[in-house]
Design a protein around this ligand. Structure first.
Ligand code: BG6
Length: 494
């Protein structure tokens, strides 16, 4: 992690500036950075869209999105004067000349020192062509820094990811490409490293001698909403496991880095990902469970099944749920299962890590014949950000009964006020040239390889979908995955 600089002049060009991501996340985050003085006056933002809009039309739209998403709008009018609209058909090379002109003009006007950040908040099919056009129109030929920020999905398998990567690399070096995984911008995901490496009490226990299993869950109550078209050709494995879930596993499993430099952290993450055991053939069936939700009720309201969702094939075999048992083949983790689970239309919106410790070598408190509860370290990533440690303590004065007790730390509202969203952290990192919380190509290679092997096996066998009711925690096989090892999902724990 580099030193943070709040005074970085930059021209930020957002492709897809009239889209949902820009309005819900990017503009509110940029505004909040500005309001908190993490951006200064040497900043200009060009919003690119296809529609005919004037600067004023666009500024008004941005203003209302910010008002909707940020409570305190002090300095909003001043911030808005840094925003400009530019109409462009992103596939038409000739159009980029006018973008170059505007960019150069704004560079002079705001004294941006030639620093350029291009944010592609668009469908992946445009990533390659935009990056080619930026180069051919010489927008990448600048005296300051140039950086490309791209959203996921980065390819749909290793092969397509390679093709895309090769195309981007014609215009940007690996160091200039910032691949967003918004989970890496979440405060509590960033806290995994801090908890592990800034506390003397965890790292000595962080291995197969003391930990019995680790569970990583990201469950959602929502269905696919209006994203049926995208989702149906991806599914939970590609949408969540290939990126967010495996990134969290890498942070939990990696060795301590020699420094907080992004290269050092990344080297350890890549090593951890490379140690993931690859599953093939029937090993996939034994270690992975896929599911798809059926119609049911959530909180008394009827919800439709996945196959009836808008823009979803009514015979679709796309999984909306995945659970898996991951094995990390290295000295630290041999024998410790990492269970992962993610799905839509589950009981709650929860992102959580549960580290379950092994039993004490001998239970002295056997009087009631009751097994001692496992010690747990629970990292709550969302919604109630915080950490808790579950211990056993004495229940009453006379007896020797034990009861589980909990030491908890909850991130205060005050802490949370400092950022509006993970995107704010990531944009600030990117302006600072800090790639720690972005996905490197080496990480992508490992995660796609792992996911491709599972997908290949799944493609051979038709699943019996739908197989879980909306509003439940997935198919029964997900529970069996753990119970056959003598464990269970720690649902509802905080
Ligand atoms: C996105 C996925 O990357 O993450 C979505 O494409 C998913 O399908 C979302 O809903 C979940 O993000 P969060 O931050 O709400 O857990």
């Amino acid at each position: 992690m580099n030193t943070r600089n709040k005074d970085i002049p930059c021209l930020i060009t957002i492709f897809g500036a009239t889209g949902d991501l820009s309005h819900r996340k990017l503009f509110p985050s940029l505004f909040h950075l500005y309001q908190q003085e993490n951006l200064n006056e040497h900043i200009a933002i060009i919003g690119i869209g296809r529609r005919d809009l004037t600067n004023d039309d666009f500024r008004n739209q941005v203003k209302s999105s910010i008002q909707e998403h940020v409570k305190d709008t002090k300095h909003l009018d001043k911030f808005i004067t840094h925003i400009f609209y530019h109409k462009l058909d992103v596939t038409n090379k000739a159009n980029y000349e006018s973008l170059l002109e505007v960019s150069e003009r704004l560079d002079q006007q705001f004294q941006l020192q030639g620093n350029r950040l291009f944010y592609l908040a668009m469908a992946p099919k445009f990533f390659g062509v935009i990056s080619d056009c930026l180069k051919s129109a010489e927008l990448t030929n600048t005296k300051g820094f140039k950086r490309l920020v791209i959203e996921k999905p980065f390819g749909s398998d290793l092969e397509s990811a390679k093709v895309l990567n090769d195309q981007l690399r014609k215009s940007f070096s690996e160091e200039e490409i910032y691949r967003i995984d918004h989970y890496l911008g979440k405060d509590m995901v960033q806290n995994i490293e801090v908890l592990r490496f800034a506390n003397a009490m965890f790292e000595p226990l962080w291995n197969n001698k003391y930990i019995s299993n680790i569970q990583v869950t990201s469950s959602e109550k929502l269905g696919v909403e209006e994203r049926g078209g995208y989702y149906d050709s991806n599914g939970a494995l590609k949408d969540m496991v290939q990126n967010h879930m495996l990134q969290m596993v890498a942070l939990l499993a990696m060795e301590p880095p020699i420094s907080l430099n992004s290269e050092d952290i990344r080297a350890e993450k890549v090593k951890a990902l490379k140690s993931l055991r690859m599953f093939e053939n029937d090993k996939v069936r034994h270690n992975f469970v896929r599911g798809q939700y059926d119609a049911s009720e959530i909180e008394g309201q009827p919800v439709q099944g996945y196959r009836d969702e808008d823009r979803v094939d009514n015979q679709s075999n796309t999984p909306t749920f995945v659970a898996g048992k991951l094995t990390i083949d290295n000295f630290r983790w041999a024998g410790v299962p990492f269970y992962i689970r993610t799905g839509k239309r589950m009981t709650s919106k929860t992102i959580q890590v549960v580290v379950e410790f092994k039993e004490v070598p001998m239970n002295l408190y056997y009087e009631t014949d009751k097994k001692l509860d496992s010690n747990l370290l629970v990292i709550n990533i969302q919604p109630n950000e915080g950490v808790s440690l579950h211990l056993n303590a004495k229940r009453n004065i006379q007896g020797i009964d034990t009861e589980p007790v909990q030491l908890s730390y909850a991130m205060s509202a005050q802490d949370k006020m400092n950022t509006v969203d993970a995107y704010e952290n990531l944009l600030f990192d990117c302006l600072n040239g800090d790639a720690t919380n972005f996905t490197h190509w080496e990480e992508l290679k490992s995660t796609w390889k792992f996911v491709d092997a599972i997908q290949e096996e799944w493609d051979q066998h038709e699943p019996e979908f739908p197989n879980y009711k909306a509003g439940t925690n997935g198919p029964l096989e997900s529970d069996l995955l753990l119970s056959k090892d003598g464990y269970h999902w720690w649902d509802g724990i905080n």
